[in-house]
Design a protein around this ligand. Structure first.
Ligand SMILES: Cc1cc2nc3c(=O)[nH]c(=O)nc-3n(C[C@H](O)[C@H](O)[C@H](O)COP(=O)(O)OP(=O)(O)OC[C@H]3O[C@@H](n4cnc5c(N)ncnc54)[C@H](O)[C@@H]3O)c2cc1C
Length: 560
């Protein structure tokens, strides 16, 4: 079967691509998703996050290889395997990151990706209660909801404490500046998760020119002799099928599966493909390299005041919140568990915030076994977590075999640089410093952990080595950049050296953003879709910059 565009992966980025590319009605679009539809109740209710965290159907449940600097632990890397992708199972915190993150993307040789350039796409995707302003959009598909009206009261205590120490309150992390302490925004609408699937795809699903195939895992991209992507082969219910792309194949399978699919298709590091007996279509050493993520650790506290532990820990409390949610769509079930926090500088030499903090009005341990819920601690408690914003460690994603059913080898290489090791110690010190504020001391009985196990920098580093985990922001494995030796796609997200093939998802980030990555992944899709349509002759995208392609590597335009 023939389609103009084939999009692989209906995740945060893929749902937006499918909607935008099919909107004019002029192009036929096929969206391939390895998982099923997002129909379950748990995708709708924000607290469903806890149920989906270890879900064997809706989650790929990847693990890293043993991490040498993290006591050889395998780090859990959940990824959504469902329409909406990781955006259907995530914690919904909506943070764009620092303006400098994008300025650095542009400075790395990617014209059109500075913050000034990408801001219109952030504004385009969001519907923000502050309305149409310099920083926000009023009528985009994704509803942004500030949690400040419903956050647990001790979140205000946390902010008050930080202010007592001289940190400034920030009312809008997506506004003029990132730095400061405040309450996070989430992508929810009327108390329901507003993923890109809900916000974009649900309204487009009926279009005659858009076909969505679920349980359809792409096994390889197909090429002709001139190294042009011509289609995609999939496996669906044990059967192989192939689809032909008249115009382009767009890979949006996320930071783990996009590089995996390229490698299985013969695009990647030559030695890796040779090792697995995969015929080389085009050598691109950077496919799967440059993996970046945020590494996070939690500090647990016993409180003098009631927290969400008390309510979630009892059937009465659960019932009360359940009823509140059913009747009003409000209350803790309508929100993220990460309610407040902020962005801090841990040393005066930093010109930008380098540490993100989460203050959660409940404390829970992530079970070591794959239990499908996150149970609160059996006492009134809260937790503070921290992660460096821009780690310098780089990891990789590499196929383990030539079989699509085998999970790839994920190596985060967390804490492999001295800068990253220094920063986690600074992060731990910052948490402890915040807890010295009077407002926080007043509500705290004791630090439950790490407590006496951490008394100095060395034991703080050891705590990170033994207890830290991913905060699930994997990105960078098909990085954007001008040099095919170090990057996979160019500034228009076209795979270097291949015709008719783009990657459009979190894997194209050249460097990780300073905050949570979903907003950036959705922005990449908005901008990617605009560029694809522009290249197909749909007139110039009003926001786009058209960089001239370096060299004569290939013709600039896709045939229309
Ligand atoms: C548990 C969790 C919590 C998170 N919390 C937050 C948060 O609070 N805020 C935030 O900003 N970010 C958060 N993130 C990160 C954020 O959700 C991701 O950065 C973002 O969703 C990435 O989007 P993507 O489009 O690149 O990939 P994904 O959304 O992961 O989409 C990839 C899609 O491709 C599909 N796929 C993969 N391989 C194939 C194949 N071969 N064939 C067909 N389909 C395929 C997958 O099933 C998936 O649907 C969280 C992530 C997780 C997992």
């Amino acid at each position: 079967m023939n389609y103009d565009y084939i999009v692989v992966g209906a995740g945060s980025a893929g749902c937006i691509l499918a909607e935008r590319l099919s909107a004019s009605g002029k192009h036929s679009v096929l969206l391939l998703e390895a998982g099923g539809p997002d129909k379950s109740f748990w995708f709708k209710i924000p607290i469903g996050f806890a149920k989906l965290y270890y879900h064997t159907v809706y989650n790929w449940m990847y693990y890293s290889e043993p991490e040498p600097e993290l006591a050889d632990r395998k780090i859990y890397c959940p990824r959504g395997k469902v329409q909406g992708g990781s955006g259907s199972i995530n914690a919904m915190i909506y943070v764009r990151g620092a303006q400098r993150d994008y300025d650095d993307w542009a400075a790395a040789g990617n014209p059109g990706w500075s913050y000034r350039d990408v801001l219109p796409y952030f504004r385009k995707l969001e519907s923000h209660p502050l309305g149409d302003t310099q920083w926000h959009g009023a009528d985009g598909p994704v509803r942004i909801t500030p949690m400040k009206d419903g956050a647990h009261p001790i979140c205000e205590t946390f902010i008050e404490g930080a202010q007592q120490l001289g940190y400034e309150r920030n009312e809008d992390f997506n506004g003029a500046r990132l730095e400061g302490v405040g309450i996070y925004d989430v992508n929810t609408r009327n108390g329901r998760r507003d993923s890109s699937s809900v916000a974009y795809l649900h309204r487009a699903g009926h279009r005659p020119n858009l076909t969505i195939e679920h349980h359809a895992q792409a096994t390889r991209v197909l090429f002709d002799a001139a190294r042009r992507a011509t289609g995609v082969e999939i496996e669906q219910q044990g059967k192989k099928r192939t689809f032909h792309a008249n115009r382009e194949v767009i890979v949006a399978a996320g930071a783990v599966d996009s590089p995996k699919l390229l490698q299985l298709s013969g695009v990647g590091p030559r030695a890796l493909l040779d090792r697995h007996g995969i015929g080389l279509v085009h050598e691109l050493p950077a496919v799967g390299q440059n993996l970046q993520d945020h590494l996070c650790v939690s500090f647990y506290y016993r409180a003098r005041v009631k927290t969400l532990n008390d309510a979630f820990g009892s059937w009465v409390g659960k019932l009360q919140f359940g009823l509140q949610y059913l009747l009003t769509r409000k209350g803790p079930l309508s929100m993220s568990v990460n309610q407040s926090g902020g962005f801090f500088r841990t040393n005066p030499d930093e010109t930008q915030p380098n540490m993100q903090i989460y203050f959660n009005p409940l404390s829970y341990r992530i079970p070591k076994s794959n239990r499908a819920s996150l149970e609160p601690e059996p006492y009134s408690g809260f937790l503070i977590a921290c992660n460096p914003c821009r780690p310098t460690s780089r990891g990789s994603v590499e196929i383990a075999s030539a079989r699509v059913e085998d999970a790839p080898l994920i190596r985060g290489n967390y804490l492999s640089t001295q800068k990253d090791r220094d920063e986690v110690m600074q992060g731990g010190r910052l948490v402890r410093q915040l807890m010295q504020a009077k407002a926080l001391k007043d509500i705290t009985v004791e630090e439950v952990s790490p407590a006496a196990a951490v008394t100095d920098d060395a034991s703080m580093l050891q705590y990170f080595r033994e207890q830290s985990g991913s905060i699930y922001h994997l990105c960078g494995t098909c990085a954007m950049g001008p040099d095919p030796q170090t990057a996979v796609v160019d500034a228009r997200l076209r795979v270097h050296g291949i015709e008719g093939l783009r990657v459009v998802d979190a894997s194209i980030f050249p460097n990780i953003t300073s905050g949570n990555t979903n907003a950036a992944a959705m922005m990449v899709a908005e901008k990617g879709a605009a560029m694809i349509l522009e290249d197909a002759g749909h007139g110039e995208d009003p926001f786009s910059h058209r960089p001239v392609r370096a060299g004569t590597q290939r013709a600039a335009a896709i045939s229309s």
